[in-house]
Write a protein that binds this ligand. Sequence first.
Ligand code: X2X
Length: 344
Amino acid sequence: MSNLSTSNISRRTFVAAASTAATGATFLGKPALAQTGNITLKWANNIPVTHPSNIRIKEAADAIRGETGGKVDIQIFPNNQLGGDTDMLSQVRSGAIDIFPLSGLILQTLVPLAGINGLAFAFKDYNTVWAAMDGDLGAHIRAAIAKVNLHSFDKILDNGFRNITTSTKPIVTAEDLKGFKIRVPVSPLWTSMFKAFGASPTGINFSEVYSSLQTKVVEGQENPLAIIDIAKLYEVQKFCSMTGHMWDGQWILANGRRWAGLPADVQAVINKHVTTGVMKQRDDIRRLNNGLEAQLKAKGLGFNTPDVKSFRDALSKAGFYAEWRAKFGEEAMGKLEKYSGKLV
Ligand code: X2X
């Protein structure tokens, strides 16, 4: 120790390092996996088991089990088995669920800033989406999420650019949305967007979407093609309008206390495999959303290319961008507009 200067090392770091050296039992100041018992984590979400989000996370869970010699077991509960999104959000906060991927726009009920990437027509393509979400905008949102004691993993899952489906008529211009009964996820920004179009939106969790379309509680909904296909919404919808009105992704949220209590080496193994899984999931979703139109046509869904400018103009005219600029604030809007360009 005599030639080791401790003057620029904090006491805490020094103590942690010293105890690691002495016992080998800690890693970055936390107990290591070798010193703890088996760890079971409940991972729940709102989508069918055949969706890439579940396929890739199952692969990640298998790899994590393998690398930890079976000590870390991530159990996946897909397809709203543990409740709808708003319910699962309460459960991940209380610790009844450990890990839960959720749209930033639904998280907005708890973390207002998390809806910002859903501002309509903000992203022109995937390159811009990933630059923003893996860059300054995503970092800003994740910092806001941390304040409500949820841990969010570095990389957001892709859901995709969203398109409008209906059982009644094709949506070609913004005019066609006037008075239209549409399901939106439970989220202030989503509701406000469709009100600005003059539609009549109802906030409904995804767990109830198929039945609400089937029983015609609502005439339509909006989702990326991968969801429309995998959740079989084409069975209860006739038309799809390729509005691409917003990009949506799911932050992978963990209960803050549970995550902080995991040994650091366990956190590192989970992070590594979840990140690999997310990067593969993004590739899968991009491919699906680009290639599914032909398959959905074959299943009877009619497609049309709408007048996107009419939708964009309707929102500007209704004051949608001005309203949300005031709510999100200039600092956050600056982080978005660095990627999107000015939104007015
Ligand atoms: O609820 C939806 O529409 C879905 C499946 O796209 C989300 O998770 C936001």
